[in-house]
Design a protein around this ligand. Structure first.
Ligand code: ATP
Length: 397
């Protein structure tokens, strides 16, 4: 999003800011979820996550919904009684908008341009759940894209970023039929949002289990306009060509890193039936075994390759394997494993999605070649050690 776009800059804004920022953005007033409590077992739920008026845990009666603010409070300062109450950021977005003027004045960006950021956000979620789907401390990845204020520009850029973001997930291996856009109903939208879509992922095994992964919104001039008002500063942008001054509109793409990671893992998880290798070689057998393999895109795989010495108790093999690992590790994350037999090591790497396994055997000591095994096809090739870097570079693209 930053490196490949000339008109987008990166930013690392503060987590702790003046509480006025959150007043301006509307978070103190309206960043809340509807909370209901069971009158019998006192469990608490988000009203929009329970169907009906009875407790999903014990069947007891639920209270009326009341709004519960999600901002996490903290206190700054050294003198008791004079400490300033502020908040851990509930979204990374506002740190970008309060730096909008700074970026315009200190870099050479011209509208349309974007500021992208990755960082932690904190929310006092009523029901953290679903592994990393919903937690109280999580990572967001966002783009705030500033445009000339007009419906036409707004519509053009929201379609542009919808298409780009879908491509981004697909280029990292997500299946197209597991992705969709859902347009927000008018009563779901924030009052300032001129258009709002969720990028949703279809969670397997959950029936119609479409879940939000990212939001793409046209926020109009709400954010910059409000920060200008609350800070008393002129945050307008001057368009040199048109000789016009205005508060820009913002198209935002706001994704969850933890949530997307969970969905990438689900999307890549495969159980395959393969012929059993456990029988004595040469013997006819129709037995099958299940191979668990994480078909992660190489860019997302935590290890790009693993290096094994054929046998752990042969120092020559171990040493050569370590040298190869050390050389490749200058460029990529490379695992090393000498435990158990080769078959078990392959299975272990398959389960964490390592695209290639490299084995050093007795022939390697003579011919300086190794066996490279491909995670997905399970095919093996003999490759010259001196060619390994090129071989991997080509295939990890
Ligand atoms: P939800 O309706 O699921 O609570 P939201 O609409 O409030 O989410 P946004 O404020 O639009 O979420 O945040 C943008 C993205 O940040 C979401 O699409 C999601 O991927 C991620 N996100 C939001 N809240 C959490 C959380 N508690 N834990 C993990 N990721 C989250």
């Amino acid at each position: 999003m930053v490196q490949e776009h000339e008109n987008i800059v990166g930013l690392d804004a503060a987590i702790l800011m003046s509480p006025k920022v959150w007043e301006a953005s509307g978070h103190l007033e309206a960043f809340s979820d509807p909370l209901v409590e069971c009158k019998k077992c006192h469990h608490r739920f988000r009203a929009d996550h329970v169907e009906g008026t009875v407790c999903p845990d014990c069947g007891g009666e639920l209270t009326e919904a009341k709004q519960f603010n999600l901002m996490v409070e903290t206190y700054l300062g050294v003198v008791e009684g004079e400490k300033l109450k502020t908040y851990l950021r509930g979204e990374i977005t506002q740190g970008v908008h309060v730096n909008f003027k700074q970026v315009v004045d200190s870099t050479r960006v011209k509208i349309p341009f974007g500021i992208a950021q990755v960082g932690k956000a904190f929310r006092n979620e009523i029901t953290p759940s679903g592994f990393t789907f919903r937690s109280r401390e999580f990572e967001q990845m966002e783009l705030q894209f500033y445009i000339t204020p007009s419906e036409e520009e707004g519509n053009k850029w929201i379609e542009y970023w919808k298409a780009k973001r879908k491509r981004w997930y697909m280029d990292l291996g997500m299946h197209e039929d597991h992705l969709r856009f859902r347009e927000h109903a008018p009563d779901e939208r924030a009052h300032y949002a001129r258009a709002a879509y969720d990028v949703e992922f279809r969670v397997p095994g959950e029936g119609d289990g479409w879940k939000e992964m990212e939001g793409i919104h046209n926020r109009g001039d709400w954010d910059v306009g409000r920060h200008a008002k609350f800070s008393g500063k002129d945050l307008t942008y001057f368009d040199e060509e048109k000789k016009e001054r205005f508060i820009p509109w913002v198209i935002e793409t706001s994704g969850g890193v933890d949530r997307a990671t969970l969905f990438f893992l689900m999307d890549a998880y495969v159980e395959e039936e393969i012929p059993s290798k456990s029988k004595i070689e040469g013997e006819e057998n129709n037995e099958k075994e299940t191979r668990i393999v994480l078909k992660l895109h190489p860019k997302l795989a935590p290890y790009k390759a693993a290096v094994f010495p054929l046998l752990a108790n042969k120092p020559d093999l171990v040493e050569k394997a370590q040298i190869i690992r050390g050389e490749l590790a200058k460029q990529w994350m490379i695992a090393f494993d000498a435990r158990g037999n080769i078959g078990k090591r392959y299975r272990a790497q398959d389960e964490i999605g390592t695209p290639f396994c490299i084995t050093v055997d007795f022939d390697s000591l003579k011919d300086d070649m190794v066996t490279v095994r491909d995670r997905d096809t399970m095919e093996q090739e003999r490759i010259k050690i001196s060619e390994l870097k090129n071989y991997l570079a080509e295939r990890l693209k």
